[in-house]
Ligand binder design. Structure first.
Ligand code: 9WN
Length: 437
């Protein structure tokens, strides 16, 4: 077997091992449930193996959609082992949650249309039955995906700024990124029920995970949302954390364009039009956030109006959603330059989550510096969408070198290349499989 074939077989094996018969768990022990954006990346990998299995994964996630349109960030499986589980989330307090299965009460970035498109593409090369199933799924579920995008674009962006807000850093998927440091200084946990973290039991070293103070803030926000039964308007009123997320807004733009194309293919120009309105507004919002001083896009603290300027990978949002060619080419240069992928001390030329040149950079701690294969995949996928095959090829090549250790880790030390976090992480295996496909 060639090196690539061995790696692909290893990745496919991880997906088989993490399949519990209903869902693919995000990771074998650290994350024994279905996560929203993980499920999307996992589906991209599954589509390479089996179109029906890929459809089943998305279908399960969609089955947990809230009445508001929100797709929850965790769909809980009937196992224990993760904190916070359903008993801390208490989403049964909300009339909008699905009757079953239990879910968390927040969302994650909207990347699901990329998974849908991957299924349709795989089906094009598959059997007639695959093609029929994929088309029917797009047609039958389109309104649900549309409701999800519209919820983000309206309820989460009441002033139609083009940047939607999040109420917990878990919603960004980049939990402890320095992007959120300033807003978290304004989250001061009060008296709260005690809790025990379970994540630290599953990593080699506690410095790979968020701190205890981070966790107190995370759980405080969960309790605040539960205190108002996850009512969207009330949460906006009481929550200590309201931040416009530029990276996720760029993903909303990209995903809305991709979903609009799919809507056209199933004869839904009405939905396509609505999605293109969202895509344009989000893309404009991302462009307007770019700092003239640094060239990076910025999040914004809704509570104070302050732009947040830490040099994190979130600053490359325009490379995800595209837009003005001048802006995209300036960002591309910065991205490949010496403070980012071209930093001389990096083991692999893929984006660190925080620039090594920034004071907040930490090479081991989760989203504060390590490189995440799924993030590399997103930039590569977006480059393909823009016709930038050169950038996509660079990211693919370097990512596959990084993944050649065969551990399919959650994230990697940007300087030494060491594997960090969970091993056999489903989404890592999935993007490897897609790259090798
Ligand atoms: C909280 C599952 C998830 C990813 C997130 C990642 C991590 C959870 C945690 O794991 O977050 O949602 O417990 O740390 O930050 O992006 O979706 O892989």
């Amino acid at each position: 077997m060639t090196v690539d074939a061995t790696l692909a077989e290893g990745a496919a094996q991880v997906l088989r091992d993490n399949d519990n018969g209903v869902i693919l768990v995000a990771a074998p022990s650290l994350y024994p449930h279905q996560w929203s954006w993980d499920a999307a990346f996992i589906t991209v990998g599954l589509a390479r193996v089996s179109v029906p299995r890929a459809l089943a994964e998305l279908s399960w996630l969609l089955g947990a959609q809230w009445q508001t349109g929100m797709i929850p960030h965790i769909v809980f499986d009937a196992v224990d082992g993760y904190f916070p589980g359903p008993e801390r989330w208490r989403t049964e307090l909300s009339p909008n949650r699905p009757a079953t299965p239990p879910t968390s009460g927040i969302c994650q970035p909207p990347v699901h249309s990329l998974a849908l498109a991957a299924i349709v593409e795989a089906a094009r090369h598959g059997s007639a039955a695959d093609r029929r199933a994929a088309t029917e799924f797009v047609r039958d579920t389109l309104d649900q995906w549309l409701a999800w995008h519209e919820w983000l674009a309206t309820v989460r962006d009441p002033d139609r700024t083009g940047l939607f807000e999040i109420h917990h850093s878990w919603e960004s998927g980049m939990d402890n990124s320095p992007r959120w440091d300033a807003p978290y200084t304004r989250v001061t946990p009060g008296v709260m029920a005690p809790f025990v973290r379970r994540d630290l039991a599953h990593v080699e070293d506690a410095t790979e995970r968020p701190t205890d103070l981070d966790y107190r803030r995370y759980i405080w926000l969960v309790d605040q949302m539960a205190s108002v039964r996850y009512d969207d308007a009330d949460v906006q009123r009481v929550i200590d954390f309201r931040v416009s997320d530029v990276f996720s807004s760029a993903l909303l733009a990209l995903s809305s364009d991709v979903l609009a194309e799919l809507a056209d293919t199933v004869g839904r120009p009405d939905a396509a039009d609505r999605l293109r309105v969202i895509a344009k507004r989000s893309r404009d919002g991302v462009a307007a956030s770019v700092s003239p001083a640094t060239g990076l896009a910025r999040d914004r603290d809704v509570r104070t109006g302050e732009w947040l300027s830490t040099a994190t990978v979130g600053g490359f949002a325009p490379l995800l959603c595209g837009g003005d060619p001048g802006l995209v080419s300036a960002q591309r240069e910065l991205f490949l330059g010496p403070e980012w992928c071209g930093h001389p001390e990096l083991r692999y030329a893929v984006p660190p989550t925080t620039s090594p040149a920034d004071a907040a950079f930490h090479p081991r701690r989760y989203w504060r510096g390590p490189q995440w294969p799924v993030i590399n995949w997103l930039f590569a996928r977006a480059a393909v969408e823009r016709g930038d095959d050169e950038l996509a090829g660079l990211l693919r090549g370097e990512s596959l070198r990084q993944l050649s250790d065969g551990s399919f880790s959650e994230y990697y030390h940007p300087l030494s290349g060491a594997a960090l976090g969970s091993r056999n992480q489903s989404w890592t295996a999935a993007v490897a499989l897609d790259w090798l496909g």
